[in-house]
Design a protein around this ligand. Structure first.
Ligand code: CS2
Ligand code: MN
Length: 359
């Protein structure tokens, strides 16, 4: 298991590389060029600039999250070929810079969706919250506006330039069924996976968050069966997943530990976090500790240990604690606690295994 930590870049994050380096066992940052619009080719100078800066702090740039996919690719429009060509060029450049894994998602319009970014919890901390009824009954345009006004940071997938086109996008997606989205994804994979393979860079799709349709938009990377279908679209080790325990765990029917075992050879990146779900479909992001949420993090980490997972792992979102002001879900403190929890479990599994073999 190789521990990494998401970092949004200078001027775009409250956290400094030097502080990330002080979290025990962290080898690298998970990064992106957040100012390059989806569909554009990433400029080499900018890639190298991040590489130099990160490596100077003693961290690596092995994992990129995300190279976002242009909506025309997801919509299957004729213009997609141009955007796929740009995507391919970006893969090649990232490989040259030493990147090993690219995480991306195939969610129409929005990335993760929540109704509150700083929901107060009983202990005074705040966390990302999803209220089912609110999503069901809201006009997405109004919700997005309200949420963005409450945050001084741009959230991934909610960039202003994308939001301007929101109503047009909703109109275009009216014609797109889940089956269309599957075939648009296949079209994309058939072009990029051979390039990824040639360049020895693993592609890792992130599940949909939450793992069900929101605002009537199709969503397909939602459960075990669909992940299996995804892997079969192009049955190649370079076509893999980012297994996110928090995204999948928002649906209590998803058994994440079981998926870890089932998809072991195709998991290139693990996102570990907990979430507490409620019967009405609401959920809140909690600390990583098993007893604070609904996902059995003990079992998830145990499954990674038993399958001898040697890929990259990061704590996912965290709460906002100890007065820290940060990007929603991406403070330093709670994610660092999450890392120590994961390491604690890992050491215990490791040592109990070697004791077993002694006795
Ligand atoms: C999120 C996403 O749960 C998560 O990891 O923060 O924004 C994620 O980075 C993207 O869906 C990956 O493409
Ligand atoms: Mn995730």
């Amino acid at each position: 298991m190789r521990m990494v930590f998401r970092w949004f870049g200078t001027g775009n994050d409250t956290i400094e590389l030097e502080h990330i380096k002080q979290i025990p066992g962290v080898e690298g940052v998970v990064w992106s060029l957040h100012d390059i619009p989806a569909g554009e080719e990433w400029p080499n100078e900018k890639i190298i600039e991040v590489k130099k800066q990160v490596e100077k702090s003693g961290l690596n740039i092995d994992v990129v999250e995300s190279v976002n996919i242009h909506e025309d690719i997801k919509l299957g429009l004729p213009s997609r070929d141009r955007y796929i060509t740009n995507y391919i060029k970006t893969i090649e450049k990232l490989a040259q810079a030493g990147v090993k894994v690219i995480c991306y998602n195939f969610m129409p319009v929005f990335d993760w969706t929540r109704t509150e970014l700083f929901k107060e919890m009983d202990d005074g901390s705040t966390a990302l919250f999803f209220e089912n009824e609110k999503i069901k009954n809201s006009d997405p345009m109004k919700l997005v506006d309200m949420i963005s006004r409450n945050s001084s940071f741009t959230m991934p997938g909610w960039e202003p330039e994308r939001l301007e086109h929101l109503s047009k996008l909703f109109e275009q997606y009216k014609q797109v069924t889940e089956e269309d989205l599957w075939s648009n994804l296949q079209y994309f994979l058939e072009r990029i996976i051979p390039v990824a393979k040639e360049n020895d860079i693993k592609m890792a799709i992130h599940p949909d968050d939450p793992p069900w349709s929101v605002f009537g938009l199709p969503r397909i990377i939602t459960n075990k069966q669909n992940i299996q279908r995804f892997l079969n679209l192009v049955d190649d080790p370079y076509n893999g997943v980012t297994l996110c325990s928090g995204s999948l765990g928002a649906n209590p029917d998803n058994d994440v530990a079981d998926m870890v075992r089932k998809f072991t050879n195709r998991i290139h990146f693990a996102h570990i976090r907990n979430v507490k779900t409620y019967d009405n479909g609401d959920f809140i992001e909690t600390s990583h500790r098993t007893e604070d949420g609904t996902v059995d993090i003990y079992n998830v980490v145990k499954s990674y240990h038993e399958t001898q997972f040697s890929g990259y792992v990061r704590p996912d979102h965290g709460r906002h604690i100890w007065g820290e002001r940060s990007r929603p879900g991406y403070g330093l403190n709670d994610r660092a606690l999450g890392i120590m929890y994961i390491w604690g479990l890992w050491e215990a599994f490791k040592k109990s295994k070697s004791e077993d073999s002694v006795t």
